[in-house]
Write a protein that binds this ligand. Structure first.
Ligand code: Z5A
Length: 224
């Protein structure tokens, strides 16, 4: 098992099926691959930073939009060494949300007309900077779904970003990130997530076969 593990990120709007599909993907890769598979998720609400994020998302605390953005990023940086260790041990890592969620949600907030002035001044570049240098994924699977279809899946819950206007903006920003990632040569695949679960699963599985037995290339750094 000398090849390092592949790092696969699943991104998407709220209710796009990330939890469902990352679990199915883990099962699938464990069956077809020659190595263990580990599922991780951001935000990781178990750490002290993650608990601050959890309180914020549940509206139990208030934070400036810059501050919460940096906490989401810090939550990834605190996982960096264990993530690298997993990959270097040859383990395939599936990750439910990563730095792309950070950019998509914070920059989307700056596009909402009712946002505070300091939030409206947030730039796309500023949103990307804190995550520059984190391990870059080998593949990003973006579960694309309209905010309207997402809402039909049981409706939005109580967390603070679960609002139709923001979700619509988030989707627009994801499109911009997708264009940037494609021009920088990173593998970003957009999947129509409004299909039935099994159809979405089959499509995802068709893109991961080459990564199931590890990767020969070194781990790249994000946005450097
Ligand atoms: N956030 C951020 O701002 N900055 C960051 O850096 C990061 C995150 C990392 C919490 O994320 C919030 O944090 C999130 C972004 C922000 N805010 N929002 N919105 P989270 O990952 O903890 O929570 P979530 O994205 O809201 O996850 P979720 O609601 O659990 O959605 P999901 O995992 O994508 O979907 P699911 O649980 O698999 O499916 C939802 C329902 O739909 C469920 O009943 C399924 O059975 C059903 N489903 C799934 N697939 C299908 C299909 N294909 N057809 C029909 N029904 C389906």
């Amino acid at each position: 098992m000398s090849r390092r593990g592949a790092f696969i990120v699943v991104e998407g709007l709220d209710r796009s099926g990330k939890t469902t599909q990352t679990n199915l993907l883990c099962e699938h890769l464990s069956k077809i691959g020659d190595r263990p598979v580990k599922l991780i998720k951001f935000p990781d609400r178990t750490t002290p930073i993650g608990q601050m994020i959890d309180n914020y998302l549940r509206s139990k605390s208030e934070l400036d939009d810059h501050a919460i953005h940096l906490l989401f990023s810090a939550n990834r940086w605190e996982m960096r060494s264990s993530l690298l260790q997993l990959l270097n041990e040859g383990i395939t890592v599936i990750c439910d949300r990563y730095a792309f969620s950070g950019v998509a949600f914070t920059f989307a907030k700056s596009l909402v007309a009712s946002a505070p002035e300091s939030t409206r001044k947030l730039t796309y570049e500023w949103c990307r900077t804190p995550d520059a240098g984190l391990p870059a994924p080998d593949l990003i699977l973006f579960l694309d779904i309209s905010a309207e279809v997402a809402k039909l899946r049981g409706g939005y819950g109580d967390e603070r970003y679960e609002k139709a206007e923001l979700q619509q903006r988030v989707r627009e920003v994801y499109k911009r990130i997708q264009d940037d990632m494609q021009t920088s040569g990173v593998h970003w695949i957009s999947i129509n997530a409004s299909h039935e679960m099994e159809v979405v699963k089959q499509e995802i599985c068709s893109y991961v076969k080459d990564l199931s037995n590890g990767v020969n290339e070194p781990i790249k750094s994000l946005w450097l």
